[in-house]
Design a protein around this ligand. Structure first.
Ligand code: GCV
Length: 684
């Protein structure tokens, strides 16, 4: 009896040790044979490339791979040339990326092995909105992996180092080569010696993986931590303070990347506090960094509670400054004109700022797309943005080509993603949210990849389904379809047809089209955005309204201006239309809205079916975890549909089409549920 209990205990421990917690991300292959890796040079990066090849090798046993540092013109930046026997690159980091590409091709059984792989962007950067107390703004996967509160703040443990190493490896495997360690709502304390020393420790671990460290800085630092009476960028003491600070940083971190700045936005200080412009502020910092090769990423996310349509404000403020920024300043622009909504048209700044370095900012963390509860694969959204034609330099001036150096010869090409990484064992809170981290890296490396290609790779790498059996292929196909459909589903059950920002309260999770507490800034409340009334719904941004359409290049401004030619996915973004407006489907606007909300719910119910059918292909732990999240997503989708339709119905008094499923929630219950959450401080 004793023995059998002992055995059972032993078995349980073994199972526990092998429990599939998702920690290994897409890097779970183990070598099936040996490989010889040769390189005439030795360095920490090259050593890692060798080890990775040896540890994950799936190719011919006894094969030899040569890592060759070259000076080849056809290779750009960290680009590499791949063949079965050799990886060639002009940079050491390129050899590491080549090693990971070779392994990825083996693991996904890809047939096109040879070729040149040049990165689309020089700088492929994650932005962490991690606060120094260990919390993460808009983070849904635990605490910061970089910062700890209280007495733990400056201790670097073995556990920290292990996590930073794993993090660096995961990033290197997808080509990410930079990371901003702290929140853009930056604490000035980040520039104090204690924190800079910790930054040095982190940078030392990231460096051998080819990752440069950057910091978000607070514009008022000279006065807050430097003891100066001002932070005016034209004041000579302030200029000297930043120069000294930059020198102090480079002594600790010789390959430091530079600063990210959120200025004069949502209460953050900036040059305008001193009557100066964004360019004055950015150039002063850029000057301090220039000699060391550092850059400034200056965010264009600005808006004030003025009468001007919020969607127009970034363009209004930044366009007059075009051509006045130093060449080591890159203006960082969110993908849409408002704020990472489930769907927005691209920001009109892309392609318009012809004399300025401009980089796209995507949000990997799902602030507005169901946090770490909803399964939403974001590659389709980013693909849509990157492929949007701005027409700024004629047809084909896509956002991708306007920002990656193909059209404008800016000194640096760059792209940023707001990270979804936290201390959770599976890194991102939802197993499928890992796919968004993966997708961002892959698109930053190659902005012509399709979301279908990326999903295909990720599913195979993450669930190990690469055998060519029909069953495995069916599994990969089904999961891929689910992922590719997931963002449109979220748009449908949250904000179809161009609706945007109709979330409840500050949490940006559930529906709240009614939410407008008295005294609240109007542009922080949903009615400002949906403008529903007895006559119709939508924001009039045409020439007869806020005229945001004029910020787009022809033929887009004209196309967006007319409801007949405006793509229906942006209809209510640009137009306020009557409830009985005739849609392309022949339905009225109201019926179409109902149809989209219902279809979003049906899609999620369909995802549940697909997932349940996949049970035998997925390990028990990840299967159960995803199943649980899908259940919650399904309930949430229903709430979104019911809340929005029942609320809008109050204005138009029209029936929900009778062939659609009826609401199952009452509006007053949903409002009460939301208010209760606000009262209890949950989800704020
Ligand atoms: C870091 C939105 C978010 C804020 C975020 C801000 C930004 O407003 O809700 O949490 O602040 O964007 O991008 O700066």
């Amino acid at each position: 009896m004793k023995t059998s209990i002992f055995s059972l205990f032993f078995i349980l421990i073994c199972i526990g040790l092998h429990a599939e917690d998702g920690h290994k991300l897409w890097l779970r292959a183990q070598s099936t044979s040996t490989v010889n890796v040769e390189c005439s040079k030795q360095s920490p990066i090259i050593e890692i490339a060798k080890i990775e090849l040896q540890n994950m090798w799936q190719g011919k046993a006894g094969h030899t791979v040569v890592l060759k540092l070259a000076k080849t013109k056809k290779l750009q930046g960290d680009g590499f040339l791949l063949s079965e026997n050799q990886i060639e690159s002009n940079t050491e980091a390129g050899l590491l990326y080549g090693a990971f590409e070779m392994l990825r091709k083996q693991q996904t059984q890809s047939s096109d092995f040879n070729g040149i792989f040049n990165p689309s962007y020089d700088l492929r950067i994650l932005n962490h909105w991690d606060n120094l107390d260990g919390t993460i703004e808009r983070g849904y996967a635990g605490q910061s992996i970089f910062w700890h509160p209280g007495s733990e703040a400056f201790k670097v443990t073995q556990e920290d180092k292990k996590r930073w190493t794993e993090y660096a490896r995961a990033n290197a495997s997808i080509g990410i080569n930079g990371t901003v360690l702290n929140n853009v709502n930056a604490s000035p304390k980040i520039l104090t010696p204690e924190y800079l020393n910790r930054v040095r420790e982190i940078a030392d671990i990231l460096r051998p993986y080819g990752i440069q460290t950057y910091l978000a800085v607070n514009f008022a630092s000279p006065s807050v931590i430097g003891g100066l009476s001002t932070s005016d960028p034209l004041n000579q003491e302030v200029v000297a303070w930043w120069k000294n600070k930059v020198n102090e940083i480079y002594k600790l971190i010789p390959d430091f990347g530079g600063f990210l700045v959120k200025a004069n936005s949502e209460g953050q200080p900036g040059p305008q506090n001193f009557g100066r412009t964004h360019a004055d502020g950015a150039n002063m910092m850029a000057d301090a960094l220039k000699a060391q090769g550092g850059i400034v990423m200056w965010r264009a996310f600005v808006y004030n509670p003025s009468d001007e349509d919020r969607a127009k404000q970034a363009y209004s403020e930044f366009m007059p400054l075009d051509g006045t920024f130093s060449d080591n300043v890159i203006v960082q622009v969110k993908n849409g004109p408002i704020d990472f909504q489930p769907r927005e048209p691209f920001s009109p700044l892309f392609g318009a700022m012809k004399g300025t370095g401009v980089m796209p900012e995507f949000q990997i963390t799902q602030e507005y797309l169901g946090h770490s509860v909803h399964m939403v694969f974001l590659a389709t959204m980013w693909e849509e943005v990157l492929n949007s034609d701005t027409f700024q330099e004629g047809k084909g001036s896509t956002v991708a080509r306007c920002t990656d150096g193909s059209i404008f010869k800016q000194k640096y090409s760059a792209i940023a993603g707001v990270s979804n990484v936290g201390s959770d064992i599976n890194w991102c809170g939802h197993h499928f949210a890992q796919a968004n981290w993966y997708a961002f890296g892959r698109l930053a490396w190659d902005n012509t990849l399709t979301s279908e290609q990326i999903a295909d790779e990720w599913v195979k790498l993450t669930f190990g389904k690469v055998s060519n059996t029909e069953d495995d292929a069916d599994f990969v196909k089904a999961i891929k379809e689910l992922m590719l459909d997931s963002r449109e589903a979220a748009v449908d059950y949250m904000m179809p047809l161009g609706l945007h920002h109709i979330f409840a309260a500050h949490h940006h999770y559930g529906p709240g089209p009614w939410w407008a507490p008295s005294g609240m800034r109007k542009d922080w409340t949903p009615p400002y955005y949906h403008r529903a009334d007895s006559l119709g719904i939508g924001f009039n941004r045409t020439t007869s309204g806020s005229n945001a359409v004029s910020q787009y290049h022809q033929p887009l401004s004209q196309q967006f201006n007319d409801p007949e030619t405006c793509p229906e996915k942006y209809l209510l973004w640009f137009h306020h239309l009557p409830w009985d407006y005739k849609m392309k489907s022949g339905r009225t606007l109201w019926d179409e809205l109902c149809f989209h909300y219902d279809s979003g719910v049906q899609k999620v119910r369909g995802f549940q079916k697909i997932w349940d059918k996949s049970e035998s292909y997925v390990d028990t732990e990840r299967f159960a975890a995803v199943q649980k999240k899908l259940r919650e997503q399904s309930l949430n989708a229903q709430e979104w549909k019911d809340a929005c339709l029942l609320y809008f119905q109050q204005f138009n008094q029209l029936p929900i089409p009778y062939d659609l499923e009826r609401p199952v929630n009452k509006l007053e219950d949903l409002i009460e549920k939301d208010e209760k959450q606000i009262r209890e401080g949950r989800r704020n």
